[in-house]
Unconditional design. Structure first.
Length: 234
């Protein structure tokens, strides 16, 4: 572990400890329906969203409505994530110009992220509901605003999963580039140490075999015919 790593861990720990209490009190006030300092700015936007979506915040949501909302949210998350993965080459904030994933890989990634996020968010909501929402030690959802916690958990889980997958993908791409650069460097060093032109074909097929992990052969034209000059493995 480097010093930079320890500094990042300490900073993150201090940030979590410093924000846990004020953020917890704020979330408790929101979930209990009490006024917060953001109400003057956020409340008008919230009521407009309720009006546009046809939601009555004073009416308890039925199990069927909850299931439909969960499926709609999950479907929208899957579609957006799939679109991001497929179209990332054309999207902004892509200075490296990474190409989009194939349709099979994008579909598998989007499905795995969404299902894992739903599972994690449901567990978080169940624990929160069981231990902190009245009546405690039950799974009863008595107030409409308590369902807001579920959507918060869902949104955080989906976003976190997508970011984690993106970071993992970038790390894998960086590792692949590092290995390719290393192979090119080794090939350049080998070429510089070759004393005869006849040894170049052997070095070339060895480098191709190392890069592609496949057998390689080099055929050159000689007196109108193809002649085998090098092969790896020989």
């Amino acid at each position: 572990m480097t010093i930079n790593g320890w500094v990042q861990i300490a900073f993150m720990l201090a940030l979590i400890l410093g924000t846990a209490r004020p953020l917890g009190l704020f979330m408790a006030a929101v979930l209990e329906g009490r006024m917060t300092f953001l109400d003057p700015a956020i409340r008008p936007i919230e009521t407009r969203f309720y009006a546009l979506s046809g939601v009555d915040e004073k009416r308890e949501q039925t199990w069927l409505g909850y299931v439909m909302a969960l499926l709609a949210f999950s479907t929208a998350g899957f579609v957006l994530l799939y679109a991001f993965l497929r179209l990332q080459y054309y999207l902004p904030l892509n200075p490296q110009g990474f190409s989009g994933l194939s349709e099979h890989l994008a579909f598998n990634t989007a499905v795995s992220f969404v299902t894992a996020a739903i599972f994690a968010s449901l567990l978080s909501f169940a624990a929160y509901n069981f231990f902190f929402i009245n009546p405690v030690y039950t799974f009863t959802v008595a107030e409409p605003h308590e369902l807001f916690a579920l959507f918060v958990f869902l949104a955080i889980a989906v976003i976190t999963s997508a970011l984690a997958g993106r970071i993992r993908e970038q790390a894998q791409l960086a590792l692949a580039r590092m290995r390719a650069t290393r192979r090119l460097y080794d090939f350049t060093r080998k070429l510089s140490s070759i004393a005869s032109l006849d040894d170049i074909p052997e070095a070339a097929v060895a480098a191709i075999h190392s890069s592609l992990a496949r057998p390689a052969v080099l055929l050159l034209s000689h007196v109108g015919n193809l002649e085998l000059r090098a092969a790896w493995p020989s």
